[in-house]
Design a protein. Structure first.
Length: 385
């Protein structure tokens, strides 16, 4: 089977790239090992989607079909340090209708999956698993476990941080563990959140409460491994009490509606995002600490940038041409490196400490809170990333 583009991985980044190529003249295949299984009730994995990426999802035909009753706009953000520092943002103060949207991962994946299933220029190969990958001067050859062979001018690795495709292509990456777990769970809350996202920099990690529709929140607690494992072992009543106390009972009593789960946190850097007939997107290209909420936003912007390069290329240019792909790499490098550096630095800055470092970081939050121009710049960057 011959294709212009083969995307390996049917997660959010891979699906959004496939959908973004729907109006191109390219023949596309999307390869995924297992059809997605969508949870009953609320999904414990949620994302804060920036307005720029909401527009991107709308452009690819997915946003308008999502269930609005399961989407919550963020109107206000309250950030608190560990010694009196505070930083507040409001959509009204920044002249926008919302700072972000909180969505379940499964809500986005469901609609993107249905979108690509209806796509005329796309072959959805699922279940299908790659076995070997080889690159030639005119095409890449991907052999599947069932013996099928795919030939493509471009292979896109969208198969996550442990990317088989990236490894098979010989791209080595660097992992830097944070020695933390990201513990997630959803709660019903006693008091209305009014579209407010909360974040606390604490001695035992970074705790975030993200607003969900109704009186519900999603928690992400980036905690040292020992503390994270202890949170995972708590029974529902004990977990609710612990999380409510950690947030200063800001929304009253909590009631667990989705059991806690945890995943290790680490920074991953790839030396390059492209090679002849290869491009990396999403977590296959980079991972960052979740405290900024930008993980999947970076993946969506990768998909937007790569689809733009492919859709706008001259007809005589091979879509696997390295010079063409370097245009995508250049378009994404600055934002990825900036966010990786900023989030890594914030993680280091808010590690447990005493004395002058504690005073300095909380002073920094308070100082930023008094500078409207700086706050507006921070918001504007977040809105467009």
């Amino acid at each position: 089977m011959d294709f212009d583009v083969v995307i390996v991985g049917g997660g959010l980044a891979g699906l959004s790239l496939a959908a973004a190529l729907r109006r191109s003249a390219l023949s596309v295949a999307l390869l995924e090992g297992n059809a997605p299984v969508f949870p009953e009730g609320w999904d414990s994995r949620v994302y804060a989607i920036s307005p720029a990426n909401a527009r991107f999802l709308d452009e690819v035909g997915a946003w308008g079909h999502m269930d609005a009753a399961r989407m919550e706009p963020v109107r206000t953000m309250e950030i608190r340090g560990d010694a009196g520092g505070r930083l507040d943002f409001t959509a009204y103060g920044s002249g926008v209708s919302e700072l972000a949207w909180i969505l379940e991962s499964s809500l986005m994946q469901r609609e993107l999956w249905e979108t690509v299933k209806r796509q005329g220029n796309l072959s959805l190969l699922c279940p299908a698993r790659p076995q070997t990958l080889a690159f030639g001067p005119d095409a890449a050859q991907l052999t599947l476990e069932d013996g099928r062979r795919l030939f493509a001018r471009l292979i896109v690795a969208a198969d996550g941080a442990e990317s088989w495709t990236r490894a098979a292509a010989g791209v080595d990456v660097r992992f830097d563990p944070y020695d933390q777990l990201g513990v997630v769970a959803n709660f019903a809350v006693e008091q209305p959140h009014r579209g407010t996202a909360f974040q606390w920099f604490r001695e035992d990690g970074v705790l975030a409460w993200l607003p969900l529709p109704g009186n519900r929140i999603s928690m992400v607690w980036s905690a040292p491994e020992d503390h994270g494992r202890a949170l995972l072992e708590l029974d529902p009543a004990a977990l609710c009490a612990r999380v409510a106390e950690a947030g200063g009972h800001r929304l009253g009593a909590l009631d667990l509606i989705t059991a806690q789960a945890g995943f290790p946190l680490r920074l991953m850097r790839a030396p390059r995002a492209v090679a002849p007939r290869l491009a990396l997107i999403g977590d296959a290209a980079h991972t960052i600490h979740p405290l900024s909420g930008h993980g999947i936003n970076l993946g969506f912007q990768d998909a937007k940038a790569l689809s733009g390069v492919l859709c706008n290329k001259p007809g005589h240019i091979d879509c696997g041409d390295l010079a063409l792909l370097r245009g995508y790499e250049r378009a994404r490098k600055e934002e990825v490196v900036t966010l990786q550096t900023v989030t890594d630095s914030l993680h280091d800055l808010f590690r447990p400490a005493t004395g002058s470092l504690v005073r300095m970081r909380n002073f920094g939050l308070n100082l930023t809170n008094t500078l409207p121009v700086v706050k507006d710049l921070l918001v504007r960057y977040a809105l467009t990333s």
